[in-house]
Design a protein around this ligand. Structure first.
Ligand code: AKG
Ligand code: FE2
Length: 316
């Protein structure tokens, strides 16, 4: 870990490092240690982006605006206790009233599974940030986030905030619990709601300080580029001030190998369905046993002491 950054350092940073996808994982690790985030360019070409969008359009287009935030907003109106209502109102801004979320994305795109999430170098990049052996991390979430015109900016937050908070570890000198990736499914401009990031904020000495918007820079991207950042870096979804340009990104995040993710995969896809998926992806979503140390098959996450992959009839 580099020395704690100061706000003066970050205020002068004009843009992210932009590094081609496939670059040396150690370089990615160095940049993350310094800046907390970077942009991987050319993760997918336009043809693959178009193909994913064709798969996702029928799933995302019919969703109502604020399909997550709206549900929370109903709770806010109905909930009497003030503290709960405050927390719900915060969640409402977080999820957005003009934003669409579609979860369980891995199910819906072979390209996303094979060329992005299941790509071996992605496993190495993840392992540069979150402790754990390469390829053994757990998927935390895989969700499309489409910010529509008129959406306001999110509150500045750290993705790992609540996990740190729950564990009493919302402090600078803790491991990186989460790494997140936002893959652009269109050219993303500042006006469309590019993610606002405070580079270097993962190293701030005071974690109660969430900075302010003037310290952020927008993660503008070409379609197929990816914002890659640690869960300790302050950021926020941006406001979409365009008249007619939705901003679609695909968020895939990973956490510790033994931690439980946000999406309960084994209850929505069957072993039969995932049989042809990359082993890496099977591992991320809980269809393979996990190791304590280096043993294979892993000793954790078993059934009746047998490795899960054996029980489920998946290749060893
Ligand atoms: O949509 C974005 O740009 C960022 C979303 C985000 O930070 C989140 O939902 O945690
Ligand atoms: Fe976030």
């Amino acid at each position: 870990m580099t020395q704690a950054a100061t706000k003066t350092d970050v205020a002068t940073k004009a843009d992210f490092e932009r590094i081609p996808f496939g670059s040396d994982p150690a370089l990615i690790g160095q940049i993350i240690a310094r800046d907390g985030g970077l942009i991987l360019t050319g993760v997918l070409g336009q043809e693959d982006v178009d193909a994913i969008n064709r798969d996702l359009d029928p799933l995302i287009n019919p969703l109502p605006l604020g399909n997550w935030g709206g549900e929370i907003a109903e709770g806010v109106q109905n909930d009497a206790p003030a503290a709960a209502a405050d927390a719900d109102a915060e969640a409402e801004v977080f999820c957005g009233m003009r934003t669409k979320h579609r979860q369980h994305l891995l199910m819906h795109s072979k390209i996303l599974r094979e060329k992005v999430v299941g790509h071996p170098i992605m496993a190495e990049y993840v392992a540069q940030v979150v402790p754990g052996r390469t390829g053994m991390h757990s998927l935390f979430s895989s969700v499309a986030i489409e910010i529509h015109p008129g959406e306001i900016a999110q509150d500045i937050h750290r993705d790992a905030d609540y996990m740190f908070d729950l564990a009493g570890l919302d402090k600078p000198d803790t491991p990186h619990y989460v790494v997140n990736t936002l893959l652009a499914m269109c050219d993303v401009t500042e006006e469309m709601g590019a993610t606002r990031v405070i580079p270097g904020s993962h190293n701030w000495p005071d974690y109660t300080d969430h900075g302010d918007m003037s310290q952020t820079i927008p993660a503008t991207m070409k379609a197929g580029d990816m914002l890659f950042y640690t869960g300790k870096t302050l950021h926020a979804g941006g406001a979409n001030v365009t008249a007619d340009k939705p901003r679609r990104v695909l968020s895939t995040s990973w956490t510790f190998p033994w931690a439980v993710g946000e999406e309960a995969w084994p209850f929505i896809v069957t072993p039969e369905e995932v049989k042809t998926w990359p082993k890496l992806v099977q591992q991320y979503i809980g269809f393979r046993s996990k190791p304590y140390r280096d043993e294979t098959p892993g000793l954790m996450w078993r059934i009746e002491t047998r490795p899960l992959e054996e029980k489920l009839g998946l290749d060893a």
